[in-house]
Ligand binder design. Sequence first.
Ligand SMILES: Cc1ncc(COP(=O)(O)O)c(C=O)c1O
Length: 266
Amino acid sequence: MNDQEIPFGRRGPWIRTPPPGPVSSGLAARLSEVESRNVTYLGPDFPVFWAEARGANVRDADGNEYVDLTGAFGVAVAGHNHPEVVNAVQEQAPVLTHGMGDVHPPARKVELLERLDALLPWPEGRTVLASSGSEAVEIALKTALLATDRPGILAFQGGYHGLTLGALATTAREDFRHPFRSRMYGGVRFAPFPADTPESGQASLEAVSLELDRARRQGEPVGAILLEPIQGRGGVRVPPAGFLAELAALGREHGALLVLDEIYTG
Ligand SMILES: Cc1ncc(COP(=O)(O)O)c(C=O)c1O
């Protein structure tokens, strides 16, 4: 039983009706009439529509309350509807809601990027703001190509990097790739993502090394090694300690940049 004395935002879970409840199911039926079927997963167990959130709690459309241990993939890592975030949005919205791309950037953007820059662990960082994970991956891959002049990409089995055409080529999910195969960049190689043991890490590094050599011999040198530091959608797979550092070193030997997709891990 939920203790209703404790404010919403700080309380434990409270299930009134097994999710998805009738309101969620009704919304799913309506959504399926108006949204393209590639966006929301429609099955017996999902979607569960969210109606409201605060702090650690989310309330679904049927009134069930949850503790969101994911922080909504990190988007709400400061807590849902954190007062400082809400205040900042309310302050800015009546002043200027958007700029105009490359010619009329919003004045406040400078302040934001300066603050992000101050958080970076290296000097003279440069930022590109993006609105989705796929977009961030595409930006990273383009940056790696510009920096190395090597078009090849090495990604990992089980990895998920998004569904836009460039990112999709690096996402190792056949169900998503299959319909778009004819449009996808073909220069992506996949190596096994290691289990959390030193032996598995070593085997993965050897496979990476072989692929990097093979790519060079075939005239498609790899400029970007792309991976999630912990695979998220692939099943929360953690590589062994030291694996990422060794992978980065291997990349340096072969002239390839290590690109960490931290969309899921934060
Ligand atoms: C690791 C990772 N990269 C990229 C993406 C793509 O993000 P988006 O769906 O915002 O394009 C996701 C989405 O789940 C992800 O988990």
